[in-house]
Design a protein around this ligand. Structure first.
Ligand SMILES: Nc1ncnc2c1ncn2[C@@H]1O[C@H](COP(=O)(O)OP(=O)(O)O)[C@@H](O)[C@H]1O
Ligand SMILES: [Mg+2]
Length: 202
């Protein structure tokens, strides 16, 4: 079997996932490694439609329906982007995955950690990232970086709960998670990101 490598960035809104994922993609491509970069919600045509619903529309979504819409997007991303890329032998860089549903809706949103974990196991057919980089930052810092806050991101104190949910998940699975202090300048964060990834790839 071909060796596959699936890594994800997690962390609250504005922590730097998109910034670091782009830089990592460039750095790995420069090393002539094949890379596929995806993100959610929004990496597929279905995902882009769901993203407008999840991020912009005021449909009074319950937290559990939110879980299911994110789940539909995630499954589409797995079928359309992630699995084909892993089969080609690409390194797949994802921005957010099942862990975001567990932290946001499961723990912080009170849908229930175990319930969301079980659902995600079904939705992903057990696909778990080989490495998850948690870009950890105080929401007061990350929110100040963003000027256009969307529907989900506006829930300020909620993000404290999300942050601690991520830290707790990372502490319980240290073989998969690497916690990176993302309050520092971009270059410093990236040095740790690249270091963690290259260590795992070797
Ligand atoms: N380490 C950093 N220090 C300061 N600003 C940052 C840092 N990393 C990213 N930013 C800026 O913060 C904003 C949010 O970053 P982004 O990568 O979009 O976060 P995310 O994808 O996690 O929401 C962007 O304007 C980005 O340029
Ligand atoms: Mg982003």
């Amino acid at each position: 079997m071909r060796r596959t490598f699936f890594l994800t960035f997690e962390g609250i809104d504005g922590c730097g996932k998109s910034t670091q994922a782009e830089r990592l993609k460039r750095a790995l491509t420069e090393r002539l490694l094949p890379v596929t970069h995806t993100f959610e919600p929004g990496g597929t045509a279905l995902g882009r439609k769901l993203r407008t619903i999840l991020v912009h529309d005021d449909l009074n979504l319950s937290l559990f329906s939110e879980v299911l819409l994110f789940a539909a997007d995630r499954r589409q991303d797995i079928d359309e982007v992630i699995n084909p890329a892993l089969e080609r032998g690409d390194i797949v860089i994802g921005e957010r995955f099942a862990d975001s549903s567990v932290a946001y809706q499961g723990v912080a949103g009170n849908v229930g950690q175990e319930r969301v974990e079980r659902l995600m196991d079904i939705v992903t057919s057990g696909l778990v990232p080989d490495l998850t980089l948690l870009l950890d930052v105080d929401p007061r810092i990350s929110l100040a970086r963003k000027t256009d806050l969307d529907r989900i991101e506006q829930r300020g104190p909620f993000l404290d709960a999300v942050r601690y949910a991520f830290l707790d998940m990372a502490a319980r699975q240290p073989e998969r998670w690497v916690v990176i202090d993302a309050a520092r300048p971009e270059d410093d964060v990236f040095r740790d990101v690249l270091g963690a990834v290259l260590r795992r790839l070797e």
